[in-house]
Design a protein. Sequence first.
Length: 192
Amino acid sequence: MKSLPNILSCLRIILSVTLLFLCQSSFLFFVVYLLCGLSDVVDGYLARLLNAETILGSKLDSLGDFVFYIVWVFVMVRMASNEIMFQLGLCFMTILIMRLGNLLVTKMKFRQWSIIHTFGNKGTGVFLFLFLPAVIILGNISSWTIFILFAVAMLATVEETILLWRLTAYNPNIKSLLFWKDNVDYSNENHL
């Protein structure tokens, strides 16, 4: 039973890749997309409920998020016009480069690959998750929606960058710069 959160994270990875092979306007696409989102919420909830929070679980959750959002970008690119696609491409390339930089900092500084699960990162995830169905239903992407999307993702990325540079011990579950304390020992796996 304690492995259920990790199984859900692995399921999200498989379901995310499956989205690439489904037509965006199909009912099955929306069902699989919804299952990806639900599994992202439920895996963390179950891990806390079952007292099954682990470093492996945190990494699987981060990997699941990464795979889902890479697939998300591919789906968005398929839907966008050339002008909007150029704007989307610039925005996502900027954030991707910064995110990869954060992963490198995490690897060099803490000897592991991972993403910090801040409120900003979670909020960005919710916003991105809701954005794609809205675009499919409404049928268009405007420059303003891209700007808002980029601003939300950029703020979360910058917050994560600042936290990574300030941390002395790795903790993937810091909620925000506002709640961060440098004197807490995060090396014990029970803090995860």
